[in-house]
Design a protein around this ligand. Structure first.
Ligand code: SAM
Length: 168
């Protein structure tokens, strides 16, 4: 989700040697057009469709083994809603993997309002606690948040993993 021109979709496709049904989604029709162009090289094996984090997902419930979003979920305006939609479309036992910037504490107002920081993902980064509570409230278990690179004071990139319990 938030796949842009499809980079992660093609990585998954090649890593799994084509043995998976992959759907790539993004809000941007122009990036999806680029993804569809690249998709021709793999015989249109990947399904690309438009999806806005801020609207109900046009995807069936209980249908995916894995939902992933790399450096995109900070565009969600209502993170509990987006996480609950991600939970809905996962199969019981399915997994969520999100990479994003997370904040250990609030940003100063001037940085939050900076366009440059927004484009660089920092202004949209969520406090780590919003993930912890949001994932739990959405019904996810086995939540791990692994900090990877320190981007700046109190800002880290992180890999967030969670599971939809097998009993739903
Ligand atoms: C930094 S790019 C990351 C793209 C891709 N995941 C990658 O790593 O190359 C962020 C992506 O989020 C998408 N995006 C922005 N707002 C969105 C929204 N409301 N719903 C879904 N995707 C959105 C953008 O179009 C863009 O493709």
């Amino acid at each position: 989700m938030g796949c842009g021109a499809g980079k992660q979709c093609f990585s998954y496709y090649h890593a799994l040697e084509g043995d998976a049904d992959i759907t790539g989604t993004d809000v941007s029709e122009s990036l999806l057009a680029q993804a569809r162009e690249e998709n021709k090289k793999v015989n249109n094996a990947i399904n690309f469709q438009q999806l806005d984090f801020n609207q109900p997902f046009d995807l069936p419930s209980d249908s995916f083994d894995l939902v992933s979003a790399c450096f995109a979920i900070y565009y969600a305006q209502d993170i509990p809603f987006t996480l609950s939609e991600m939970h809905r479309v996962l199969k019981p036992g399915g997994r969520l993997m999100v990479s994003d910037l997370v904040l250990l504490r609030d940003l100063p107002a001037d940085l939050k309002e900076s366009i440059e920081a927004y484009v660089g993902c920092i202004a949209g980064a969520l406090p780590i606690t919003q993930y912890e509570t949001g994932l739990g409230d959405a019904g996810f278990t086995d939540v791990t948040i692994t900090r990877t690179i320190t981007v700046g004071d109190a800002v880290h990139s992180a890999i967030i993993k969670a599971t939809k319990p097998a009993n739903g």
